[in-house]
Design a protein around this ligand. Structure first.
Ligand SMILES: NC(=O)c1ccc[n+]([C@@H]2O[C@H](COP(=O)([O-])OP(=O)(O)OC[C@H]3O[C@@H](n4cnc5c(N)ncnc54)[C@H](OP(=O)(O)O)[C@@H]3O)[C@@H](O)[C@H]2O)c1
Length: 344
């Protein structure tokens, strides 16, 4: 049994960590922080957790207490892990960061997109980008994990087989993506109000979203060189879920695309390649650590269309973070993550 801490326990990814870890056989949550709710019992804020964490209370982030944990999750806005991760690592506590703090290898690119200097450039070299379908072996050895963003997870998993096989034009990739409102976090914001977000849909960040450099970096690794990507995210009136519709231009006769995807993910517990002709639904992954994928070639043309769905809070954040923890500590990869999705 290991002890873990969670910094940012009142947010949506924080409470999702708690929900998933409640069923984890090897993990005890020892510390959970919130500056605004310090002193409150966890189940008082989140009654779905009554009976699971009855003794656990939110506390102020205290580096001493966190350093007594074997691992600490950061479920916080960008910049917070920059300030605390180095100290924890020095004291032997491993760090799994759900924010964007360590996802980009280049501190200058990070500073351009986040509008502030990178707070811990010295840690970038050892940070491992935590997409298990690409970096399983490095994650096993890592002390510091940058958990991929939600859009980047869906887009990378969908494009990977095609780029790795060199089957599409890497200069002209298109990712048309939709997200539910929990993607914006729990903080009160006007665009997340019921009357603003329901019965409507809109694009945002069409000229440049912060996930763009992260997706380009990952796809570039898969393609073996820089890629050209148009990425347009949309806000949709659902609570959880990401739907990515991905377009690639085939450069030649690709062979059996269905087989390509099935082979690429054959040994992946958290990627489901659906039967040919399928249209995955976001609700089919709700609450589950799973990416469901379908590949199409409309009219046998030179355009391949990949449909990928995830739950932004699970495979897009907290579930993927626990998958990394399982690899780092040598647990069964699926520990705490094997529950099926909720439907309807
Ligand atoms: N929501 C998603 O679907 C999703 C998916 C992938 C990745 N992420 C990333 O995961 C991180 C957390 O997202 P979220 O949606 O869970 O956010 P959230 O709902 O806004 O929650 C943020 C949490 O961080 C705490 N916090 C804020 N500022 C802090 C500070 N300076 N020091 C310590 N704690 C602080 C907050 O509690 P107090 O203010 O009370 O301390 C709160 O518990 C973000 O970086 C986000 O980009 C989110």
């Amino acid at each position: 049994m290991i002890k873990v801490g969670i910094v940012g326990g009142t947010g949506y990814t924080g409470v999702e960590l708690l929900r998933l870890l409640a069923r984890h056989p090897e993990v005890e949550v020892d510390a959970i922080t919130s500056r605004s709710e310090a002193g409150l019992g966890v189940a008082e804020l989140y009654p779905n957790l009554r009976g699971h964490y009855d003794e656990l209370r939110f506390s102020e982030p205290d580096p001493e207490r966190l350093a007594r944990c074997d691992a600490v999750f950061f479920a916080t806005p960008h910049g917070v892990a920059h300030a605390l991760a180095g100290d924890l690592l020095e004291r032997g506590t491993r760090v799994i960061d759900l924010s964007a703090d360590f996802r980009l290898r280049d501190a200058g690119v990070w500073a351009d997109w986040y509008g502030q200097p990178h707070g811990a450039p010295g840690l970038l070299e050892e940070a491992v980008y935590g997409l298990p379908e690409v970096s399983r072996d490095q994650i096993r050895q890592a002390r510091l994990i940058a958990v991929p963003g939600c859009y980047p997870t869906a887009v990378q998993l969908g494009f990977l087989p095609l780029l790795e096989a060199g089957l599409i034009d890497a200069d002209h990739l298109i990712a048309d993506c939709k997200s539910g409102v929990t993607g914006a976090g729990r903080g009160a914001k006007v665009p997340s109000l019921l009357a603003e977000a329901s019965e409507s849909m809109k694009a945002y960040g069409a000229s440049g979203h912060r996930h763009l450099p992260e997706i380009r970096q990952g796809l570039g690794d898969a393609a073996g060189g820089e890629v050209g990507l148009t990425f347009v995210p949309h806000l949709t009136p659902m609570i959880r879920g990401i739907h990515a519709t991905l377009y690639g231009r085939l450069t030649g006769e690709p062979g059996d695309l269905q087989r390509l995807f099935e082979d690429r993910f054959a040994n992946e517990p958290f990627v489901d390649v659906m039967p040919a002709g399928s249209h995955p639904e976001t609700r089919s992954v709700k609450g589950a650590n799973l990416c469901r994928i379908a590949v199409h070639r409309p009219g046998n043309s030179d355009t391949v269309v990949v449909l990928a769905v995830i739950d932004n809070l699970v495979k897009g954040a907290s579930g993927q973070a626990i998958h990394a923890l399982n690899l780092m500590f040598g647990f069964d990869e699926t520990a705490g993550l094997d529950a099926p999705a909720m439907m309807p």
